[in-house]
Design a protein around this ligand. Structure first.
Ligand SMILES: *Cc1c(COP(=O)(O)O)cnc(C)c1O
Ligand SMILES: [Zn+2]
Length: 436
C-alpha cells in the first residue's frame, strides 16, 4: 500500500547541552556533534482533537490495510512518511484492554486493567515500533537490517523485514533467548548469529560492525521505533473514552517502551487531546535494575549493571540504551521506578493466570511492581491503573514448565498410571479435596 503525505519530521539530538537538529538527509541514530541519542520531532499541523478523534474512530470501519493497523490509523501523530512511501504493515496494534479483577485485588486493591500487547502479529509490542522503522528503512532503500535482541525484537524484525523483502541479521546472546522467539526469527528466514553471553555484549559488537559495514540498525536506539510504539497511548486512551488513568505501568529493559509512551502522552497533551497526565511507572527485575538504581540515586550517570540476572529474559539488560529518554519522561510525569524479585514476578504471573490472562514473565513484573508500590504507600489504594503486558504467554513456555513441575506437590500437573482407580483417587484429591 502506498501512502502520500508530506513529511513534517526531522531528527533532533536529545542532549540538553546540545539539542541540535540533524542536518544530514541520511537517517542516523547518533548526534554527529555529541554522540547523543536522536529523536523524531514534528512540525505538527494544527489539529482539532474532536475532529481527529472522530476520524480515527471512523477508520476502524475501513477495510484499507493502513486503517486496519493500530499504528497507522493514528498517522496524524507520526507524519514522517514521504510521498510514495510503502507502508509495511501486518495489522499490528488493535490490542485488547481488559479488566483484571483478581489481580487488581491482589495487587491493591486497585482498579487494574491490562493493555495486552501480546496480541500483536509476532506476539509483542515490538511490532508497533517495527512497522514504523521498517517502513522508514524501506523508503530509504535499505537492503539489510540488523538488531541485537533478548528475543522479541528479533521475531518482530524478522517478520517485517521479510514482508518488505529486506535481509534480516540478528545477534543473540548464546543460549539466552527463549526457544519460541528464536524459532520465530528462523521461521521468518533471518540470519541468526549466536554470540556473546549477554545482550549488552551482543549489542556492542553489532554496533561496531554496523557502522563499519553500513548495516541499518533497528534496535530501540532507532528513533522511528519509538514513533510506532508511542501510538499505544492513543489506542489505550481511545479505549478509555479519552479518560487518562492515574498510572501507566511498564516493564523496563532497554527503556524504549516507556520512552515511547511518555513521548506519545507529551505530544497528545501538547496537541490538546488530553489535560491530565498519567504518572508513568517503570518496573525492573531486581537483578537487572540499573534504571531503578539510577533514578533513586538521582544520578546523572547511568549506574549500569554488568551481569544482569533475572528469569524475565525480555528485561535482562544492564546498560539500557534509552535511559536518558526514560528519565526525562518519568520526571515529566512525576513517575515512579521500582524493582521486584523473580519470586514476586512468578507470583504476579500466577495471579494474572487466575484472571485468565497469560503473558511473559517480564510483563508480569508490572503488577508485581504495583503491589509493592501500593504496600509502600507510593500508589493509593483504588487507583486507576493500566499495566502494559508486553509479550505473549507462548513466548516463554520453558518458564512455565520450570515453575509448574510435575510431582506429588503439584496441584495441577499430574502423571497417573493408566488405571481407573488410580485416576479416581488422584482426581478426587486434586479437584474435590477440602482445603485444610
Ligand atoms: C522488549 C520487551 C520489554 C522491554 O521493553 P524496553 O522497551 O526494552 O524497555 C519488556 N517485555 C517484553 C515482553 C519485551 O519484549
Ligand atoms: Zn548532540
Amino acid at each position: 500500500m502506498i501512502w502520500y503525505l508530506m513529511s513534517r519530521a526531522y531528527l533532533q539530538c536529545i542532549a540538553e547541552s546540545c539539542g541540535k537538529p540533524l542536518e544530514s538527509k541520511k537517517d542516523s541514530f547518533q548526534c554527529p556533534h555529541c554522540g547523543g541519542l536522536l529523536e523524531v520531532r514534528y512540525k505538527f499541523e494544527v489539529m482539532d482533537p474532536e475532529q481527529v478523534r472522530t476520524q480515527w474512530h471512523q477508520r476502524r470501519l475501513s477495510g484499507e490495510p493502513i486503517d486496519r493497523s493500530g499504528v497507522w490509523r493514528f498517522r496524524e501523530l507520526i507524519p514522517f512518511t514521504e510521498e510514495g512511501t510503502r507502508i509495511i504493515s501486518l495489522s499490528e496494534g488493535n490490542t485488547p484492554l481488559v479488566g483484571a479483577r483478581r489481580t487488581g485485588w491482589w495487587a491493591g486493591p486497585v482498579h487494574l486493567t491490562v493493555k495486552h500487547q501480546g496480541n500483536n502479529p509476532t506476539g509483542s509490542f515490538k511490532d508497533l515500533g517495527m512497522t514504523a522503522c521498517i517502513t522508514r528503512a524501506d523508503s530509504r532503500s535499505v537492503r539489510v537490517v540488523a538488531c541485537a535482541s533478548t528475543g522479541n525484537t528479533s521475531s518482530s524484525m524478522a517478520a517485517y523485514a521479510a514482508r518488505a523483502g529486506i535481509k534480516a541479521l540478528l545477534f543473540v546472546p548464546k543460549g539466552q533467548i527463549s526457544e519460541a522467539k528464536l524459532a520465530q526469527a528462523l521461521d521468518f528466514g533471518a540470519v541468526v548469529v549466536e554470540v556473546g553471553d549477554t545482550f549488552d555484549q551482543a549489542f556492542s559488537l553489532l554496533r561496531e560492525l554496523a557502522v563499519e559495514m553500513g548495516i541499518h540498525l533497528v534496535n530501540s536506539v532507532n528513533p522511528f521505533r519509538i514513533e510506532g510504539q508511542k501510538t499505544i497511548v492513543a489506542e489505550m486512551l481511545e479505549q478509555r473514552a479519552w479518560q487518562p488513568p492515574d498510572f501507566i505501568v511498564v516493564p523496563g529493559g532497554n527503556l524504549g517502551n516507556i520512552s515511547a509512551i511518555g513521548k506519545g502522552l507529551r505530544e497528545l497533551k501538547g496537541l490538546g487531546f488530553i489535560e491530565k497526565v498519567p504518572r508513568l511507572v517503570v518496573i525492573q527485575a531486581e537483578g537487572a535494575s540499573p534504571f531503578v538504581q539510577t533514578f533513586r540515586a538521582g544520578s546523572s550517570e547511568l549506574l549500569a549493571v554488568d551481569f544482569p540476572d533475572t528469569e524475565a529474559t525480555a528485561i535482562r539488560i544492564g546498560h539500557p540504551a534509552n535511559w536518558q529518554k526514560a528519565l526525562r519522561v518519568l520526571e515529566w510525569s512525576n513517575g515512579l521506578a521500582e524493582s521486584v524479585t523473580d519470586g514476586e514476578i512468578l507470583e504476579a504471573k500466577t495471579t494474572l493466570a487466575e484472571d485468565g490472562i497469560g503473558c511473559e514473565p517480564a510483563s508480569a513484573a508490572t503488577v508485581a511492581g504495583v503491589r509493592k508500590l501500593v504496600r509502600a504507600g507510593a500508589i493509593d489504594r483504588d487507583a486507576d491503573i493500566v499495566a502494559v503486558l508486553t509479550g505473549n504467554q507462548l513466548k516463554d513456555t520453558e518458564y512455565v514448565y520450570r515453575h509448574r513441575k510435575v510431582g506429588e506437590s503439584s496441584k495441577t500437573r499430574l502423571q497417573v498410571e493408566p488405571d481407573l482407580d488410580a485416576l479416581r483417587q488422584a482426581l478426587m484429591d486434586k479437584l474435590f479435596a477440602v482445603p485444610v
